[in-house]
Write a protein that binds this ligand. Structure first.
Ligand code: DQA
Length: 143
């Protein structure tokens, strides 16, 4: 299975950014452990702080990959353009948030993306990305 992980703004700072909320691990280090946990899958990772670049990546993989795992960071709460990009592709998308967005400020309670996704993982820390991979495995096995 070909799966694309896409992380949005400020997630390049994981490991340094607000460790009490997001933990101490960089995504690059976590990604190495993910590849070892799921050697049977082709995992790709992309991060950008730029909204249009995230949209370009969604378009690039959105008709050929088996799944996209998207943490759009703060754009989750603001971006009609990312909502439209997710709605415009055929590859299924799982939304992931490291923190529990519903336990935080009210402006994080609204996601513009969820309605176009298969579902959402929020509050499971980095493990949310692994749970999303498990979902895609189950989904493929059920076909
Ligand atoms: C986040 C939650 C968002 O509200 C925030 O803007 C982020 C990270 C998360 O993974 O918990 O940048 O998507």
């Amino acid at each position: 299975m070909k799966l694309q992980i896409i992380n949005g703004p400020n997630l390049n700072l994981l490991g340094k950014r607000e460790p009490t909320v997001y933990g101490n691990l960089s995504f690059e280090d976590f990604f190495e452990t993910l590849k070892k946990r799921f050697p049977e899958h082709e995992l790709h990772y992309y991060q950008s702080n730029v909204e249009g670049e995230l949209i370009n990546k969604i378009h690039e993989v959105g008709f050929s990959f088996d799944g996209i795992i998207l943490n759009a960071g703060a754009y989750t709460h603001t971006s009609v353009a990312i909502h439209d990009a997710v709605g415009g592709i055929s590859t299924p998308v799982v939304e992931v948030h490291i923190s529990n967005v519903y336990a935080r400020e009210e402006f994080r309670h609204k996601s513009l993306i969820t309605s176009k996704c298969v579902g959402m993982m929020t509050g499971f820390g980095m493990e949310g990305y692994a749970l999303a991979i498990e979902y895609f495995k189950t989904r493929t096995a059920a076909k």
